[in-house]
Write a protein that binds this ligand. Structure first.
Ligand SMILES: [Zn+2]
Length: 818
C-alpha cells in the first residue's frame, strides 16, 4: 500500500500533476456524493483551487443573487492560456466580424440553473478537479469557463431543506419526506422565476449579471446541466425537433459529434441514455437555444434525479439511483464535451466565423413606432443583448405589418427605432423580432411565439429592404427639467401609457401625495390627454409639508414630463373638480400564496410588485388565510393555480362579502375556476360540444391528435374597450400571449379585452379545436359585485415578466378599476 502511494507520488511529480491539489472529497472532508454541499462550501473549494492552482484557474465574481450569494465563473486552462486570457478573448471576438485568427476553443459549462437539480454543482467540482489533473491535456488549446451554480438561492433552498428533512441514514423509499419538497421547492430563484426561461428576457438579476460575462465570451460550446424525473435515462445532444430555422447544418452536425462521443463512454459503462427526443431548440430564452443563436453549440444535458432523488432513491424498475451515479454521468458528459471541443478547435473557429458572416436574413430591418416609454424599454433590452439599433429618417417604410399580418407601409421619423439584421447580432435580432417563427414541428416543449414588437406593444414593420437609420450610440433618457411650481399653478398633468408612468404613480402614493386620474379624455393647455392621465393638484396636497420638492424629485427620478396648468377649468372634458376625476387612494394589496397557487405565477406577481412596480405587497399563505381579516385589504390577488376545493362554500361566502363591501379580487388564469361555478361569482366557462363521431385513431397518432386541442403560447389579436378603466393607456386592440385553451364567456358588462371570431394567431401555434374553442371569449374583464369588483385575467400579462405591454392592465386593475 505504502509502496503504491509512493509510486503514485513519484509518477504525479514526474508528469507535472500538482500533487498538492486536493480533490473535492479531500477538501470538503466527506466523500463527494455522500452529502449535498452548501453554496459557501462550493465557493470555498473554487477559491481554494484558484489560490493553489493560480496559474490555471482564475475566478471572477460577476454578481450577487437576491439573497446576496456570490455568482462566479472560473476560467480553467493551461498556464500559457491563463496568462494570455484577455488576448485569447479579443481574438475570439474578432471572429464575429470576420477578422482575427483564433486558435483556441471556448467551452462554457453552466451548472444548476434549476436549484433542486442539485447534482450539477457537485459534479462541477469533480469536473474542474479532473480538468486540472487527469484531463489537463484538453486545456492546452481550450479555455473552459465554468459557472458552478447559476442559481445559488434555489440550490441552497433545496440543500438546506434536504439536510433538515433527510432520514439518517438516507432512505431510498420514494414515499419518505426527504423526496417531497412541497410548494416552495428549490427549482426557481428567490422570486420563483425559472432562470432557464429568462436568458432572452433578462428579468432576473442572475441573468442580467451573467449575460454581461457571456457577451464578453460568446463561447463555441455551451452546456446547461439539468436533471429530469427520477426514472428517466440520461439525455444528451443531438436535440429534438423543432429546431429554429437559423440553426445551421454545422450546429446540428456538431451536436451529433458530441453526442456520439458521450455515447462511447456511456456504452462502455452500460449506462442508459436517449437523444433527439423531448428537448427541442426553439424558444430563445433557454440555456441551449440562446447560446446557439449567438453562434455556439448550445446543449441541455439531463440526468434522471432532481428534487425527488435525494442521496438515493428507488426507481420504478427497483434499482437505486444514488447521488454518486448522478455525479458520474454529469462528470462524464462534461469532460467528454471539453474533449470533443479540444479535438476540433480549428473547425469550431472556422464555423463560428461563418455563422457571423451569414447575412442571408429574410428581413433586413425591423422598424418600430410607438409610445416613447415603450421604445425606451425595448431599447434597454436590446442594449443588454448588444443588439445595435438606430433612429430612422423622415419617410416611409414598407413591409410586413405586425398589426395586420399584411404588407403595408408605416411613417418613419427620427424617433422611429430601427434594428437592422446586418450586424454582429443579426441572427439573435431576427429570432427575437421576426413576426412569426417558422415551426418545423408543432410538438414543442415551450411557447411558440414571443416576437418583441408584440410584447412591447409597438407598431412595427418587418422590411425586406434595409431601412436607413442613424446609428445612435445609446438612447439618451432626457431628465425632465425641474418642476416649477409657482403661485399660479393649479395642477400638474402627466400621461398614462407605460410601466414608467405606473412607477411614477406608486412613488407619489408612497410619498403621500394625492393623485387623481381622468375617466374621460380632456384638453388642457392646448394638449390632449387620454383616459387615465394623472392629475396632481395643489389643492389636494395643501397639507403636504414638502409637496413641491417631493413632486419635483419623484418626477425627476422617473423622468416624467409634467404639464402644469393654472386652472382646473379644462377646454374639453371634465374639470379637475368633477366626480369623473377621482382620487387614487393608498391601496392595501394582498396576495394568496401556498398550496393552491402555482409557485411560478405567484413569483411573477411577487417580483412585479417588488422589482418592477415598487409597491408594497402582503403575502397571505393559504395555511393561515382563514384567520386573516380580509377587510384589512383593498385588493386580494389570486394567482394562477389548481384551486380545487380550496374555496369551500364558507370561504367563498366570505370572499363574496369582502367584494360586496367594496373589496376587489383579481383572479388570474386557473384561479378563475376556483371562485366561479355553483356558489361562486358570475363568470361562465364556455361550453364545448363534443363530437361523438370522432375518428378512431391508431395508438401512435394519439399524441399528435392531442395537439389539436393545444395552444402552446401563441399571440392573438384582441379587441379592447378603451373606455373601461381596466384599459386606460391602451388602444383599440391588444396582442395577447395565450398559454392555454381555457375559454370563458364574455361578461354582459365589463368585457374589456376579448377575442372575436379569430381563426388564427398572428404568431405561434394553436390547434384547430383550440382555435374554435377560444373564439368569442373573454381575455380580461371586470364583474361588478355590490360595491366591489372581481377582475378576471384569463391570460397572464405578467407571464415570465417579459410581456411588457400587458403590465399596465394589471396596474389598472390595482388602482384604476373602482
Ligand atoms: Zn432543469
Amino acid at each position: 500500500m505504502k509502496k503504491l502511494l509512493l509510486t503514485f507520488f513519484l509518477l504525479s511529480t514526474a508528469f507535472g500533476i500538482s500533487q498538492t491539489l486536493l480533490s473535492p472529497s479531500e477538501f470538503l472532508g466527506y466523500e463527494l456524493g455522500s452529502e449535498f454541499t452548501r453554496h459557501h462550501q462550493v465557493m470555498d473549494y473554487y477559491k481554494y483551487l484558484a489560490e493553489t492552482a493560480s496559474d490555471r484557474v482564475k475566478l471572477v465574481e460577476y454578481g450577487k443573487t437576491n439573497e446576496r450569494r456570490p455568482l462566479i465563473v472560473a476560467y480553467v486552462s493551461s498556464p500559457e492560456n491563463i496568462v494570455a486570457l484577455e488576448s485569447i478573448r479579443l481574438e475570439h471576438l474578432k471572429n464575429t466580424t470576420g477578422q482575427g485568427s483564433p486558435t483556441k476553443a471556448i467551452v462554457w459549462l453552466s451548472y444548476n440553473v434549476h436549484g433542486n437539480e442539485s447534482v450539477s454543482t457537485e459534479a462541477s467540482m469533480q469536473t474542474i478537479y479532473e480538468l486540472l489533473t487527469n484531463k489537463s491535456s484538453y486545456l492546452e488549446n481550450t479555455v473552459v469557463i465554468m459557472d458552478p451554480c447559476i442559481n445559488p438561492d434555489g440550490r441552497d433552498r433545496y440543500v438546506n431543506w434536504y439536510n433538515q428533512f433527510k432520514n439518517t441514514p438516507n432512505n431510498i423509499d420514494p414515499n419518505s419526506k426527504e423526496h417531497h419538497e412541497g410548494w416552495l421547492n428549490g427549482r426557481s430563484n428567490h422570486y420563483m422565476f425559472d432562470l432557464n426561461r429568462d436568458w432572452a428576457w433578462l428579468t432576473q438579476i442572475e441573468s442580467q449579471q451573467r449575460i454581461k460575462v457571456f457577451n464578453q465570451w460568446l463561447p463555441h460550446v455551451h452546456v446547461d446541466f439539468h436533471e429530469q424525473g427520477v426514472n428517466n435515462p440520461y439525455y444528451f445532444a443531438p436535440a429534438a425537433e423543432p429546431f429554429h430555422e437559423v440553426v445551421t447544418d454545422f450546429q446540428r452536425d456538431f451536436q451529433i459529434t458530441i453526442g456520439k462521443n458521450h455515447a462511447k463512454y456511456f456504452d462502455a459503462n452500460g449506462w442508459f441514455y436517449f437523444t433527439k427526443e423531448v428537448f427541442d431548440l426553439l424558444y430563445p430564452s433557454y440555456g441551449d437555444t440562446y447560446p446557439t443563436y449567438n453562434g455556439g453549440i448550445g446543449m441541455t444535458y439531463e440526468q434522471g434525479g432532481s428534487g425527488r432523488a435525494g442521496l438515493g432513491v428507488k426507481t420504478i424498475i427497483g434499482d437505486t439511483l444514488t447521488l454518486n451515479d448522478r455525479i458520474a454521468h454529469h462528470l462524464t458528459t462534461g469532460l467528454s464535451t471539453v474533449e470533443v471541443a479540444s479535438q476540433n478547435t480549428d473547425k469550431l473557429n472556422r464555423e463560428f466565423k461563418k455563422f457571423y458572416q451569414n447575412k442571408n436574413f429574410k428581413y433586413k430591418s425591423y422598424v418600430m413606432n410607438g409610445d416613447p416609454d415603450k421604445i425606451d424599454a425595448i431599447a434597454a433590452l436590446l442594449r443588454s443583448h448588444e443588439i445595435k439599433y438606430g433612429w430612422a429618417k423622415e419617410g416611409t417604410a414598407k413591409g410586413h405589418l405586425y398589426s395586420s399580418g399584411k404588407l403595408g407601409t408605416t411613417k418613419t421619423t427620427p424617433s422611429t427605432l430601427v434594428v437592422s439584421t446586418d450586424q454582429v447580432k443579426g441572427t439573435l435580432a431576427q429570432v427575437l423580432m421576426e413576426p412569426n417563427t417558422k415551426l418545423s414541428d408543432s410538438l414543442t416543449y415551450d411557447i411558440t411565439a414571443w416576437s418583441l414588437p408584440y410584447a412591447y406593444g409597438l407598431e412595427a414593420i418587418a422590411s425586406q429592404t434595409l431601412v436607413e437609420s442613424d446609428p445612435s450610440g445609446d438612447w439618451e433618457i432626457l431628465p425632465s427639467k425641474e418642476v416649477d411650481i409657482n403661485q399660479d399653478t393649479y395642477a400638474f398633468v402627466s400621461d398614462w401609457s407605460s410601466m414608467k408612468d405606473a412607477r411614477f404613480l406608486t412613488a407619489l402614493v408612497k410619498e403621500n401625495i394625492r393623485v387623481r386620474f381622468a375617466k374621460n379624455p380632456f384638453l388642457a393647455e392646448g394638449k390632449k390627454f387620454d383616459r387615465g392621465s394623472l392629475i396632481i393638484t395643489k389643492g389636494d396636497n395643501k397639507n403636504h409639508k414638502d409637496f413641491a420638492e417631493t413632486l419635483s424629485r419623484v418626477a425627476y427620478d422617473n423622468t416624467t414630463t409634467l404639464t402644469p396648468t393654472n386652472t382646473g377649468f379644462v377646454e374639453k372634458g371634465n374639470d379637475f373638480g368633477s366626480s369623473y376625476v377621482p382620487m387614487i387612494t393608498d391601496t392595501k394589496i394582498a396576495m394568496l400564496s401556498g398550496e393552491p397557487t402555482n409557485t411560478l405565477e405567484f413569483g411573477e406577481i411577487w417580483h412585479f410588485f417588488e422589482q418592477q412596480l415598487h409597491y408594497p405587497l402582503t403575502i397571505l399563505d393559504s395555511e393561515y388565510y382563514d384567520q386573516v381579516e380580509l377587510s384589512d385589504y383593498d385588493v386580494l390577488i389570486l394567482p394562477n393555480g389548481w384551486y380545487g376545493k380550496f374555496f369551500s362554500e364558507n370561504k367563498l361566502q366570505d370572499l363574496k362579502e369582502f367584494v360586496k363591501n367594496g373589496g376587489k379580487v383579481i383572479a388570474m388564469e386557473g384561479a378563475i375556476k376556483g371562485i366561479n361555478g355553483e356558489h361562486g361569482f358570475g363568470l361562465k366557462e364556455k361550453e364545448i360540444k363534443k363530437d361523438s363521431t370522432e375518428n378512431i385513431l391508431p395508438y401512435e397518432e394519439a399524441e399528435r391528435e392531442d395537439i389539436k386541442n393545444a395552444i402552446t403560447g401563441a399571440i392573438f389579436r384582441t379587441k379592447v374597450d378603451q373606455t373601461h378603466p381596466l384599459a386606460y393607456g391602451y388602444g383599440d386592440h391588444y396582442f395577447t400571449l395565450k398559454l392555454s385553451d381555457d375559454a370563458f364567456e364574455n361578461l354582459e358588462t365589463g368585457t374589456v379585452v376579448y377575442l372575436e371570431n379569430t381563426d388564427s394567431p398572428v404568431a405561434g401555434f394553436a390547434g384547430s379545436e383550440a382555435k374554435k374553442k377560444i373564439a368569442n371569449t373573454l381575455v380580461f374583464g371586470v364583474e361588478e359585485v355590490g360595491k366591489g369588483q372581481v377582475v378576471y385575467m384569463v391570460d397572464n400579462p405578467l407571464f415570465r415578466g417579459f410581456w411588457e405591454n400587458g403590465k399596465l392592465f394589471f396596474v389598472n386593475a390595482l388602482f384604476m378599476v373602482k
